[in-house]
Ligand binder design. Structure first.
Ligand code: GTP
Length: 889
C-alpha cells in the first residue's frame, strides 16, 4: 500500500532525473558503453577465434591423419597381397609366372603416395622392385641394416611396421618405409616387402588438404622421429622429438578408439595444446591425431603469433567500428554541446530581456504555484530569496491575487497583495505558455498605484477648487452639460443657484486673505451639505458658489433649495475662533425656462443674483426679462459713465434747505446729475451705484465737493451772506480717499470757512469699514466741518450710530415725510426722531416736503429745516444762484 502511495512521488523524481541528466553526460555514458562493448567483443572474439582455430586444427589434424591412414592402408593392401602371393607360390621356387616386375609397378602406381614397392630377401638382397622411376638403384642394396629390415628379421609378429625417415640414397628423397615380413612355409624369415613413402609426397598431400590455411603439419612417430612436415624442411626431418614436452603431452592422453563408423568410442579425441615448436621454436597451437592404430601421430598447428594476428585483425574491425561509433557520438555531442550553448546563450539573452522588464511577471503552474519570478516581481511582491518559500499565488494565505485574470484576455484591474501584507492596485493579465515542456500560466502585473495617484492629482487640479475642494468651474460645466443633455432627452427640469457671499471683502479686509479662505472653506462645506448627492455644488470663483440641481420638479423646488442656502447662514461661521455672521445672495435660473445651455443658465442665474444684491442682499433673485434688461442697462451705463465728467455730461444740481419758520434759504444740498446725450437724464441712484462699483465715485466726489464749495463762495459773493452747502459722501470716499485732506483743499480753494460746508452720509457708510470711517470722520470734524446723517429712518436706523459718531444734523427720510400727516405710524416715528434729535442736540432736516400741510406738521414738531419741492427743486448752479440770491436780496 505504502509503495502504491509513493508511486507518484517516484514518478516525479524520475521525471526530474530525466531533466537532470544532461545530454553531455548521456554522451559520455554512451562512449563508455561503446568502449565496454568493444572490450567485451574483443574478449568474446578471442574466445570465438580460439574455438574456431581449435576446431579447425582438430578437424585438419583428423583429416590429415585419416588421409595418411588411407594411404598407408592402401599400401598395406599391396603389401598383404604381395605377402600372400609370396607365401602361396613360394616366390623363389615357383615355376609358374608368379609376381613379375610389371605387377609390382602396377601395384605401386595404385597408391599415389607410394614411391616404390620392393621385396627384400632374407639376406636383404633385393628380389623385386617396382620403382616408378625406372633406372634407379633399388633401396634394398643400401638398407640391409635399415630398421624396417631389422625389425622383421628379428621378430616374427611385428605386422605392419612404419620405419623412421631416412634419406633414400637412390632417389635422394627423404623417405620412410611401411613394411611387412615374408615367411617361408616353415615360418622362417624370408625377407620383407615394403612400400616407400616420400616425405615430399606426404607433404604434398598435407598441403593439398590444408589448402591455403596458415597451418603447419608434422607426421611423427611415437619415438619422436619425424616422417614428414608441411611446409617441408630438411633440417626438421632430422629432428628427434622424443624429449619434446608437447609430444609427451599428446602421448600421455589415452589413444582414441574409433568405431567402424569412425565415431569415437574410447580414449580421447585430439585436443589443442600450446607448445613451443621444436622446428621453428615458435609458440604454436597444436592438435595431434593418431593415424589409425599405427604409432604415428599427425600434428596440425598454427603459430600463436598468427592466431594473435588473426585476432588482432578482428580487433581492428571492432576498434574501427567502435572508433567510428565514438566519433559519431563525439560529433553528435559536439553538435549538441554547441546547440546547448546556443540555447543557453539564447536563454540567458531572453532572461536578460525578461528580467529587464520593469513590470513584474510570474510563471505559475496550473495549480497557481509560483515557479519563476523576474527580479521586478521579487522586488514588487517582496518575495523571499529562496523560491522554496514561495507559496501559491492564488489560493494561499499569501496569495498575490484573489482570482486569476481571464486567460489570454485583456488586463484586469485587481488589488495585489505583497508578501509583507501590503496591497497595491495593478493591472493583471494571464496567458498560457509552455515552460520546460509543461503547460504553465504567465501572470503579468502592472502597478498602477503611481498612475492612479497622478491621475487623481490631475483630476483634482483640473476639476477641484484648491481652496474648498469643491468641483471647480470646469467640472461644473461638464456635469451641467451632461445633466442638461439628459434633461433635454427625458424632459425634466434642472435648476441653478448662483450664490454670492455678501460683503465678503470685509472678511478679507479684517481677517486677511487666509481668514477669507478659511471662511470660503466653511461656506463650501455648508453648501455641499445642502446639495443632494445628484447635485453639483461647485465654487465658481471669488466668493461665488453654484449649485446645479439635476432633475427637479420645478421652480418651487429650486426656491426651497435657495432658501435652505440662506438658512444655512443663519448660524454664524466659526473662523479663527471668531464667530462671523455671514449672509449670501442667491440668484436662481431654471432649465429650460431661463436658458437651455450651461452658459446661459450661469449667466442668467448670475444676473438674478446681481439683481437681488441690488435690492439689498441676503435674498433670492429670479431671472426674468426685467432682470436681463436691467443688467444690460447696468453694463451700458457702466461703459458710458467712464469719461462722462470730462465730457461735462455730469453736473451738480442744488436744492435749497430753508429755515422752517422764516423760510430763509440756509443750506443747499449738492446733488449729482448726469445727462447723457442719447440715454438722457440718468437717475442718480442708478449711476452713483455704478460709480461706486467701478470706482469713479472718488473722482466724482472730489469734483462735486469743489463745485459745492465754489457755489457757497459765489453765493456769499452775490448775496453777502454765507450759505452752507451739504455734500453727499459715499462709503468708498470714506474708505479709500484721504477725505479730510480733500475737504481741506476744497475749502481753501473755494475760500470758504468750514462752517459753510456739511458732509452727508448714509448709515450704510457707517456699517461698512467702521474703523476707517471713524478715523475719517474725526479728521473731518477736526477741520470744523459739520456732519449730517442722511435718510434716517430707513435701513439700519441704529441709534447707537447717533451717539457713536459726532453728527450735527439728522435728515428724516422722505418716505416718512411724504406720508405726513395722515399716516399715523410715520407721524409718530417722525415725532420721535425729532424729539430724539433734539435731546441729542442735533438739528433736524426733513426731506421731501411737498406741501404746506407737511411743512406745518414738521414745524409743529420742532423741525428746524425743511427741504423739498415746496421750497425749490434741485436746479443747476446758475439758476440756483439767480433764484436764491434774488430771493434773499
Ligand atoms: N480670501 C479670498 N478672497 C477672495 C478670493 N477670490 C476673490 N476674493 C475676494 O473676494 C471678494 C469678492 O468681492 P465681491 O463679491 O465683489 O464683493 P463683496 O464684498 O462680497 O460684496 P457684495 O458681493 O456686493 O456683497 C474680493 O475682495 C476678492 O478679492 C479667494 O480665493 N480668497
Amino acid at each position: 500500500m505504502e509503495r502504491i502511495l509513493h508511486f507518484p512521488e517516484y514518478c516525479v523524481r524520475l521525471a526530474k532525473l530525466r531533466y537532470r541528466i544532461s545530454p553531455l553526460l548521456s554522451g559520455y555514458i554512451l562512449i563508455t558503453l561503446i568502449v565496454l562493448a568493444a572490450l567485451i567483443e574483443a574478449y568474446v572474439s578471442y574466445g570465438v577465434l580460439k574455438a574456431e582455430t581449435d576446431r579447425e586444427l582438430t578437424t585438419f589434424s583428423d583429416m590429415v591423419a585419416r588421409n595418411l591412414q588411407r594411404s598407408v592402408q592402401e599400401a598395406d593392401v599391396i603389401l598383404r597381397h604381395v605377402t600372400v602371393a609370396f607365401e602361396d607360390e613360394q616366390w623363389l621356387g615357383y615355376s609358374g609366372r608368379g609376381l613379375q616386375s610389371d605387377d609390382f609397378k602396377a601395384l605401386s602406381e595404385s597408391s599415389p603416395e607410394v614411391a616404390e614397392i620392393f621385396l627384400l630377401g632374407a639376406d636383404s638382397k633385393l628380389i623385386r622392385q617396382a620403382d616408378k622411376r625406372d633406372g634407379r638403384k633399388p633401396i634394398g642394396e643400401a638398407s640391409a641394416e635399415s630398421d624396417f629390415f631389422r625389425v622383421h628379421r628379428d621378430a616374427q609378429d611385428v605386422g605392419l611396421f612404419v620405419s623412421d625417415s631416412f634419406l633414400d640414397w637412390a632417389s635422394g628423397e627423404v623417405s620412410f618405409v611401411v613394411s611387412r615380413r615374408l615367411n617361408h612355409a616353415d615360418g622362417r624369415f624370408a625377407g620383407i616387402v615394403g612400400a616407400r613413402f616420400t616425405a615430399s609426397k606426404i607433404e604434398g598431400l598435407v598441403a593439398s588438404l590444408l589448402s591455403g590455411k596458415p597451418f603447419a603439419a608434422l607426421v611423427c612417430k611415437t619415438n619422436g622421429r619425424l616422417l614428414a612436415r608441411h611446409p617441408f624442411s630438411e633440417q626438421a626431418m632430422s629432428l628427434d622429438l622424443s624429449a619434446d614436452p608437447g609430444l609427451a603431452r599428446a602421448l600421455a592422453k589415452p589413444r582414441p578408439v574409433l568405431g567402424e563408423d569412425g565415431q569415437l568410442i574410447g580414449g580421447m579425441q585430439g585436443e589443442v595444446v600450446e607448445l613451443v615448436s621444436p622446428v621453428d621454436h615458435a609458440v604454436r597451437l597444436v592438435s595431434f591425431s593418431w593415424i589409425g592404430s599405427l604409432p604415428v601421430l599427425v600434428g596440425v598447428s598454427t603459430r600463436q603469433e598468427d592466431f594473435t594476428e588473426r585476432w588482432i585483425g578482428r580487433l581492428q574491425w571492432i576498434g574501427i567500428t567502435s572508433l567510428l561509433a565514438i566519433v559519431v557520438v563525439l560529433v553528435l555531442l559536439r553538435t549538441i554541446h554547441l546547440q546547448l550553448n546556443k540555447i543557453q546563450r539564447e536563454k540567458r539573452r531572453l532572461e536578460t530581456i525578461t528580467d529587464a522588464v520593469r513590470d513584474p511577471w510570474l510563471i505559475l503552474d496550473e495549480d497557481g504555484t509560483i515557479i519563476r519570478a523576474n527580479p521586478a516581481a521579487r522586488r514588487e511582491l517582496c518575495l523571499p530569496e529562496a523560491s522554496a518559500h514561495w507559496s501559491n499565488a492564488l489560493n494561499s494565505e499569501k496569495s498575490v491575487l484573489d482570482r486569476l485574470p481571464a486567460l489570454d484576455g485583456a488586463p484586469e484591474k485587481q488589488q495585489c497583495r505583497r508578501y509583507d501584507g501590503s496591497v497595491f492596485p495593478a493591472e493583471a493579465s494571464a496567458a498560457r505558455l509552455q515552460w520546460q515542456g509543461r503547460a504553465m500560466i504567465m501572470l503579468q502585473l502592472h502597478n498602477v498605484e503611481e498612475r492612479e495617484r497622478y491621475q487623481a492629482s490631475l483630476m483634482r487640479q483640473a476639476y477641484c477648487d484648491e481652496v474648498t475642494g469643491l468641483p471647480n468651474r470646469a467640472l461644473l460645466a461638464e456635469r451641467m452639460a451632461r445633466g442638461l443633455a439628459a434633461a433635454k432627452r427625458y424632459g425634466y427640469f434642472c435648476g441653478l443657484l448662483f450664490i454670492d457671499l455678501d460683503h465678503f471683502k470685509r472678511v478679507n479686509d479684517s481677517l486677511g486673505h487666509a481668514g477669507g479662505d478659511a471662511l470660503l472653506r466653511k461656506v463650501g462645506e455648508r453648501i455641499k451639505e445642502i446639495a443632494r448627492h445628484s447635485d453639483t455644488a461647485a465654487r465658481f470663483g471669488g466668493d461665488e458658489f453654484v449649485i446645479f440641481l439635476d432633475r427637479i420638479s420645478g421652480r418651487s423646488e429650486a426656491v426651497k433649495c435657495a432658501q435652505r442656502v440662506l438658512d444655512a447662514f443663519e448660524q454664524p461661521v466659526l473662523v479663527d475662533d471668531r464667530h462671523l455672521v455671514v449672509s449670501a445672495t442667491v440668484g436662481v435660473a431654471l432649465f429650460p425656462a431661463d436658458g437651455d445651455t450651461p452658459e446661459q443658465l450661469l449667466k442668467n442665474a448670475d444676473a438674478a443674483m446681481y439683481e437681488a444684491k441690488a435690492r439689498g442682499r441676503k435674498r433670492i433673485g429670479f431671472y426674468g426679462r426685467e432682470t436681463g434688461l436691467r443688467i444690460e442697462r447696468h453694463l451700458e451705463l457702466d461703459m458710458a459713465l467712464r469719461g462722462a465728467l470730462e465730457r461735462r455730461e455730469i453736473w451738480v444740481a442744488y436744492q435749497p434747505i430753508v429755515d422752517a419758520h422764516s423760510g430763509e434759504v440756509v443750506k443747499a444740498e449738492a446733488l449729482l446729475r448726469w445727462t447723457h446725450p442719447s440715454l438722457g437724464a440718468v437717475r442718480p441712484d442708478e449711476f452713483i451705484a455704478i460709480a461706486e462699483e467701478n470706482g469713479s465715485i472718488l473722482d466724482l466726489g472730489i469734483w462735486v465737493l469743489q463745485e459745492a464749495c465754489n457755489l457757497s463762495r459765489e453765493f456769499k459773493a452775490r448775496s453777502g451772506r454765507s450759505l452752507k452747502v451739504s455734500v453727499n459722501v459715499s462709503a468708498a470716499q470714506f474708505k479709500d480717499s484721504d477725505l479730510p485732506r480733500i475737504v481741506d483743499r476744497a475749502l481753501r480753494r473755494a475760500g470758504i470757512t468750514p462752517e459753510e460746508l456739511e458732509l452727508e452720509m448714509t448709515e450704510s457708510v457707517l456699517v461698512s469699514h467702521a474703523e476707517a470711517v471713524n478715523e475719517r470722520i474725526d479728521g473731518v470734524k477736526q477741520l470744523g466741518i459739520s456732519l449730517a446723517l442722511d435718510d434716517f429712518g430707513t435701513g439700519y436706523s441704529s441709534l447707537s450710530y447717533l451717539t457713536r459718531f459726532p453728527f450735527d444734523t439728522l435728515k428724516i427720510d422722505r418716505a416718512f415725510v411724504s406720508r405726513l400727516p395722515d399716516h399715523l405710524p410715520s407721524l409718530e416715528l417722525t415725532k420721535a426722531i425729532v424729539a430724539m434729535a433734539k435731546s441729542l442736540n442735533l438739528k433736524v432736516v426733513a426731506e421731501g416736503v411737498e406741501d404746506e400741510l407737511q411743512a406745518d406738521t414738521l414745524r409743529s414738531m420742532g423741525c428746524e429745516h425743511l427741504q423739498g419741492y415746496l421750497f425749490g427743486r434741485p436746479v443747476d448752479r446758475d439758476t440756483f444762484l439767480d433764484s436764491c440770491c434774488a430771493t434773499t436780496g
